[in-house]
Design a protein around this ligand. Structure first.
Ligand SMILES: Nc1ncnc2c1ncn2[C@@H]1O[C@H](COP(=O)(O)OP(=O)(O)O)[C@@H](O)[C@H]1O
Ligand SMILES: [Mg+2]
Length: 371
């Protein structure tokens, strides 16, 4: 049933399919049983005939010949079957060695006699190698993504400093020059009042930028308080009504708090800037072993499938109307770094919901199961 290399000829495709379903153990047992059956039946027949033809002979030569032929047949059959069934293991070993040597794109070669169990093992190995390669590729891209996100953040801060704080300081300068030329005491007082109001606004701007950079309330009081403070600041601007419900007592691991805070921040910025939302709701709750943040807005919505990068694709979408698409990708990346997953549900006209779920390490702060 096999050729010299232990291969089943390809013309026997059906036979091969049946054969693959027979486990290796059964193949070896079957081969040995066959040898014993052939030996016993054949031996008995020959012994009976020989005994009838030569009733007085002790049959020693016959017994010795039979013993030798039996042992030879058994060794040969076991050798052929074992060599054929061990070939897939050699392929597996070669694949393992190749992976260890750092080769990429390694898959287990599938010729030789496979059975279902071995095939399952090879599939699992191939799957693990593929997952490992994907992970390696993600890690390789990560520094670039981090740098890009960092530069984007710097550009945003520079823009805000320039547009808001620097503008306010420029008009302060202009008004100070005017003040210099004023002699009338009543006019001086009016200009000083103006200056004070302008200075207060500039101070507000600088404080807001500082809070956006790193809200101290996040370090001091935790995620729920930081979300509430951020919502208050957005509500004060009056453009959008933000509500927060937080069912999380105590603190979460700092990296989880920061990642979720940044997701909420970006989702709310998007809701206001792109969605033109009037209402947004932030919902934070802890389930068994995980924490979940949802930010839902009633804005114009969009098609998340077109924002490929947030879903882990590498090619950036064409930058449209100044949109970088880094916000969604950044959220996904941040959540992936703390082992969680990000979902974006949206459709044109149907609002947007951004949901981040992050597992909590057992034994970490906030990881206690509160039922
Ligand atoms: N809440 C939202 N409502 C409507 N559109 C959104 C929302 N969030 C994201 N988008 C769309 O996804 C695009 C990418 O968003 P994002 O990755 O945050 O980049 P950016 O904010 O820099 O434009 C936006 O330009 C917008 O078209
Ligand atoms: Mg954005």
């Amino acid at each position: 049933m096999t050729d010299a290399q232990g291969h089943v000829p390809l013309t026997h495709a059906r036979w091969q399919r049946v054969w693959r379903r027979v486990p290796i153990l059964h193949r070896i047992l079957g081969a040995n049983a066959l040898i014993i059956v052939v030996g016993a039946v054949g031996g008995t027949l020959i012994a009976v005939r020989h005994g009838a033809a030569h009733p007085s002979s002790p049959h020693y030569t016959l017994i010795a010949g039979f013993l030798l032929a039996g042992v030879a047949a058994s060794v040969l059959a076991n050798f052929l079957v074992l060599r054929a069934v061990l070939r897939p293991l050699q392929h597996l070993q070669r694949a393992v060695d190749a992976v260890r040597a750092g080769a990429t794109g390694v898959r287990v070669q599938r010729d030789g006699l496979w059975d279902e169990q071995l095939e399952h093992l090879a599939d699992t190995f191939d799957g693990m190698v593929a997952a490992l390669e994907e992970q390696t590729e993600r890690l390789r891209r990560l520094p670039g993504q981090i740098l890009r996100a960092q530069e984007e953040e710097r550009r945003r801060i520079a823009r805000e400093l320039h547009d808001e704080a620097a503008q306010a300081l420029t008009s302060l300068l202009v008004r100070l020059r005017l003040l210099e030329q004023t002699d009338e005491p009543a006019q001086v007082r009016a200009r000083v009042r103006e200056l004070r109001a302008l200075t207060a606004r500039a101070l507000d701007d600088v404080r807001r930028i500082a809070v956006e950079l790193r809200p101290s309330v996040l370090d001091d009081l935790g995620l729920a308080a930081a979300l509430a403070a951020h919502a208050d600041a957005l509500n004060a601007s009056g453009e959008m009504r933000v509500t927060v419900t937080a069912g999380v007592e105590g603190r979460l691991p700092p990296e989880v708090e920061l990642a979720l805070y940044r997701v909420a921040q970006e989702a709310l910025t998007n809701a206001r800037r792109h969605g033109k939302a009037t209402v947004a709701h932030v919902h934070l709750r802890r389930g068994p072993g995980e924490v979940r943040l949802e930010v839902a807005d009633d804005g114009v919505g969009f098609d998340p499938a077109r924002m490929g990068r947030a879903r882990g694709q590498t090619t950036p979408p064409a930058a449209r109307n100044g949109s970088t698409g880094l916000g969604l990708a950044g959220m996904a990346e941040r959540i992936a770094l703390v082992g969680g997953r990000l979902e974006i549900r949206s459709a044109p006209g149907a609002g947007t919901t951004v949901a981040a779920t992050v597992p909590l390490p057992t034994g970490a702060p906030g990881a206690r199961d509160r039922g």
